[in-house]
Design a protein around this ligand. Structure first.
Ligand code: DON
Length: 555
């Protein structure tokens, strides 16, 4: 046993969890939050597709089998690191429609309405289909129709609902706002039970057109025209022109270093990559890891780094095409040294002493992330979403897909909290054609030019801290990837001044943190990580999150 593995075992023993094993394979691996989607990805890889092909197939499959977050009517980010060293970031985040304006969700007295969260006006222009098109055209190997085919089958023939999906549909109150959503996602007015087969013929027909006529069907063809008409009939804001004008774009991933590792992560309009780089840099010269994972000392340091990042997040972030995000200033040594120096090892810094602002946490876990590695060593991390669970609740009549409520990720009213309790300023105000700020943080870590870890998760503002913790669990606490994913998580987002902790930390740890001045709140189910580690000996280790019924599979 190497010294690292020995230390790893010692670190894990500090946590009240048993060591777990990831799924291991030699050539390729897919980890997603739904079994049929993972299987679709593996089938594409076995048929000679690369990781980008598989990512497109998994994305379309999740649009059928994981309706709360998988989507055609939403958007997201795809981070790719090719085996030859090239890297790219496909931004297919939704855009504000042309009719959008900064006060569109304020009532006569200037207070935010619910329209950014629910109903026809809540949606930004969807980006998913264009994003997959861009990635596939430039980097895919297999024919487009082959990648859409598994999703067509799943929609038309149906698939048995898992326990988790049936339960999620039961809890999806926003679906009640739309007759079409009720027709599709209820079984003649009753809830579906686990094992019931969900068929979605309208969605199947849309996917079939996308397979046959290409992505243009969604943006200017039959699907686009129907979507624009339904929008107009129901007071929505998205027009055919908006759909025609939508563009997915490639951006340079954000890159940084941490203890000899290279971190490749999400640039703006995500705030996540900056968060990861800043928080890791703050930790780097501390001795936070010496007391082990889950110890009061390590949790304290990490929580203090989180608190400081979230104070910045509220202030400085928005769409880089509209606002110059100070990426360099927020991650450079001079600044992170200052942040580190402001941490008192024995006392929580009250958030009021860090900066002002108001954030109140309300969280859903309804975005989704999947990670893929192919036999050539290409690695892909995709996080995509409708924003809240089942998005705006609106299923487009005749088209069978749900629309996003991503407009709520803008600061609807600068200074007022959104559904994740996040506030934002001018940088993230609504402007036609602008992309809302995101926390989605697909991330790939390398050492000496070789991939080490592919990771990401849903979870709103908690995405950034959960990705951060899994990275630290693997790099600093030397856990295997499954233990790193399973370990109880915690989250601090500056305001409210609370340290959220999952069950599973020892009472001693909690007591020591409380003594340092942390206000602890117990929260179950923080995020749903999907990660792949490149282990020594050439093994790929896939870890689905035990908090949900995901699946890792490889060959
Ligand atoms: O882009 C974002 O940050 C959000 N729309 C992500 C939403 C999410 O993760 C939902 N699940 N909690």
């Amino acid at each position: 046993m190497s010294i690292f593995r020995f230390l790893a075992a010692a670190a894990v023993l500090l946590l009240p969890v048993y060591p777990a094993q990831p799924v291991r394979a030699k050539k390729a691996m897919v980890v997603s939050r739904e079994a049929h989607a993972t299987d679709a990805g593996v089938a594409v890889l076995k048929a000679g597709g690369n990781a980008v092909d598989a990512a497109v197939a998994v994305g379309f499959a999740l649009a059928v089998t994981h309706p709360s977050a998988g989507n055609l009517g939403g958007g997201g980010f795809m981070l790719v690191r090719f085996a030859d060293g090239r890297k790219t970031f496909v931004d297919f985040r939704e855009m504000a429609p042309a009719k959008a304006g900064r006060d569109m969700y304020l009532d006569a007295s200037g207070n935010p309405t619910k329209d950014s969260m629910i109903g026809w006006r809540a949606s930004g222009v969807p980006g998913t289909v264009r994003g997959f098109e861009l990635a596939h055209k430039k980097y895919g190997k297999l024919g487009w129709a082959k990648l859409v085919a598994p999703s067509v089958d799943l929609a038309k023939k149906g698939f048995p609902l898992s326990y988790g999906t049936a339960r999620s549909l039961k809890g999806a109150k926003n679906l009640a706002a739309s007759e079409e959503s009720k027709r599709i996602f209820l079984k003649n007015g009753d809830y579906f039970e686990p094992g019931d087969v969900l068929k979605q013929p309208e969605l199947g027909a849309v996917l079939e057109r996308i397979a046959k006529n290409g992505p243009d069907d969604f943006y200017q063809g039959e699907t686009a025209k129907r979507l624009a008409k339904e929008m107009a009939d129901h007071g929505g804001t998205i027009t055919l022109e908006d759909l025609k004008n939508y563009k997915a774009v490639e951006r340079a991933p954000l890159e940084g270093k941490y203890r000899g590792y290279d971190i490749v992560t999400a640039p703006p309009p995500s705030s996540g990559g900056i968060g990861i780089l800043q928080m890791l840099a703050v930790l780097e010269k501390t001795k936070f890891a010496e007391t082990g994972a889950g110890s009061a000392q390590s949790v304290h340091y990490m929580a203090e780094a989180m608190r400081r990042f979230y104070a910045d997040r509220a202030e400085f972030f928005g769409d880089p095409d509209f606002y110059k995000v100070p990426v360099k200033q927020l991650t450079e040594k001079k600044y992170t040294d200052k942040l580190r120096a402001s941490i008192d090892p024995s006392r929580a810094t009250p958030s009021d002493e860090v900066k002002h602002g108001e954030i109140d946490v309300k969280e859903s876990t309804e975005t989704t992330h999947y990670s893929i590695v192919d036999a050539e060593g290409n690695a892909v991390a995709v996080t995509y979403t409708l924003n809240g669970g089942y998005g705006s609740g609106v299923t487009v009549p005749g088209l069978g897909f749900l629309m996003n409520n991503e407009m709520d990720d803008f600061s609807v009213k600068p200074g007022a909290p959104n559904m994740y309790g996040a506030i934002g300023g001018e940088a993230n105000a609504i402007v036609a054609g602008k992309r809302p700020l995101s926390s989605m943080t697909p991330t790939i870590i390398l050492r000496d030019g070789k991939p080490v870890l592919v990771v990401g998760t849903p979870g709103g503002t908690r995405i950034i801290t959960s990705v951060f913790e899994v990275i630290v669990n693997v790099l600093d606490f030397h856990m295997n990837v499954q233990d790193a994913v399973n370990a109880p998580r915690f989250h601090h987002q500056w305001k409210p001044d609370r340290l959220q902790m999952e069950p599973g930390f020892s009472p001693d740890t909690r007591a020591l943190l409380a003594q340092r001045g942390h206000t602890i709140e117990t929260v179950a189910g923080i995020c749903e990580i999907a990660a792949i580690e490149f282990e020594r000996g050439g093994w790929l280790a896939g870890a689905a999150d035990p908090r949900i019924d995901g699946k890792a599979a490889g060959y």
